[in-house]
Design a protein. Structure first.
Length: 379
């Protein structure tokens, strides 16, 4: 790409951890990219600072409180921002199911979607694939695990894949007994050993629900059946994923635990550009590298999500919605940590036959799962 081609980037969820990381990356790559639009949920003060630093042509705030009068208000701002003519790349860093509509709209408008919103593919993987085909858009993953797989597959046919191995840090409870995990506090669960992330995804890392979401996402991104996608615990978070090929060769993508690298690659794929912001990889400093089997019985949310993915239909959407609501109830102190997977299992069982072949039916399943969790949580 010529350095004279400056591409417009819109960030949905600019005040979150991925959004702020992306802005740091973009600040170092001004000869290639400009900030075309920013949206946030409710952090108007930080959004105002970002606007002053980047001068975007579009600013949206989902909440009605705070900010400048010129900002667009309400959830509709996500779709508006994602489909503007001055936007070439949409970085979707919205948390939760709210990101789905914006992804569908951006793909339908022919945009590249740098996707950090797992729930988009978990809820509506087939719909997203259809939107990309119809509109000519493309998805490039931002999650470090899927970015790693994409990089390992560069120039390779999908028919050459034997299996994908997604790594998991193990979260803060990797060495805890199942009984102790059951009684974990909010402070315990938010104490992640290697990554600094938002509250919801940090809890997902503690339950390993995030890995279930990533397995479903990998299924749709790379067209690999669920029985050929595995999870392994890797506490150092240096190897981000493996790809094993049919001849037995294994490729892994490695790097320091920094989201700046996959964010940059999602913007520049398939090219690589110089960036001084990511520290160099020192193999001696980051050694030793270890790998462990998942303790399935102590982290049931992972198995529940993978089973939901295999069943298909509305089950992945139910899993995602039930998890979101259960995590919210845990963060509010309404349910214990161990109740999160039990709430998910209850919703999956209650909505086992829910249809999921249209956007409307997926939304209905989402609403029903949330209502179910709220009911059993006494909310």
């Amino acid at each position: 790409m010529s350095t004279r081609e400056v591409r417009g980037v819109t960030i949905l969820g600019s005040t979150g951890s991925i959004g702020t990381t992306a802005l740091r990356v973009l600040a170092r790559q001004r000869e290639r990219f400009r900030v075309a639009g920013l949206t946030a949920f409710e952090n108007a003060a930080l959004l105002q600072e970002q606007v002053a630093q980047t001068s975007p042509s579009y600013v949206g705030l989902v909440s009605a409180e705070g900010g400048a009068a010129s900002w667009v208000r309400g959830s509709e701002c996500l779709v508006d921002a994602a489909t503007r003519d001055d936007t070439d790349i949409v970085l979707n860093a919205v948390v939760g199911s709210a990101g789905l509509d914006a992804t569908l709209a951006a793909l339908g408008a022919g945009k590249r979607v740098a996707l950090a919103n797992k729930e988009t593919l978990v809820m509506g993987g087939e719909l997203v694939a259809r939107a990309a085909r119809a509109g000519g858009g493309e998805i490039v993953p931002v999650d470090s695990e899927h970015s790693a797989i994409l990089q390992c597959l560069s120039g390779r046919s999908r028919t050459e894949i034997r299996r994908l191995v997604i790594t998991a840090s193990g979260g803060p409870f990797r060495d805890w007994s199942g009984e102790r995990i059951e009684r974990a506090t909010v402070a315990d669960a938010l104490r992640h050993p290697t990554w600094r992330m938002g509250r919801k995804i940090t809890i997902d890392s503690a339950t390993l629900a995030n890995k279930a979401l990533e397995v479903i996402e990998a299924h749709y991104l790379f067209g690999v059946p669920y029985d050929r996608i595995e999870v392994v615990v890797h506490p150092q978070s240096v190897v981000h994923s493996f790809v094993e090929f049919v001849d037995g060769s294994v490729m892994a993508q490695m790097g320091v635990p920094s989201m700046e690298l996959p964010v940059l690659y999602a913007l520049t794929h398939p090219e690589r550009v110089h960036d001084a912001g990511v520290p160099p990889y020192d193999p001696t400093e980051l050694s030793p590298l270890t790998f462990e089997q998942v303790r399935w019985d102590d982290f049931p949310a992972l198995r529940l999500g993978m089973e939901a993915g295999r069943r298909g239909g509305a089950q992945p959407a139910v899993y995602n919605a039930a998890n979101e609501e259960a995590v919210a109830r845990f963060l509010e102190g309404r349910i214990p940590f161990g109740a999160i997977p039990r709430a998910i299992a209850s919703a999956l069982d209650a909505l086992r036959d829910a249809p999921g072949d249209t956007l409307e039916s997926l939304r209905a399943a989402d609403r029903a799962a949330r209502a179910h969790v709220k009911e059993i949580a006494g909310c």
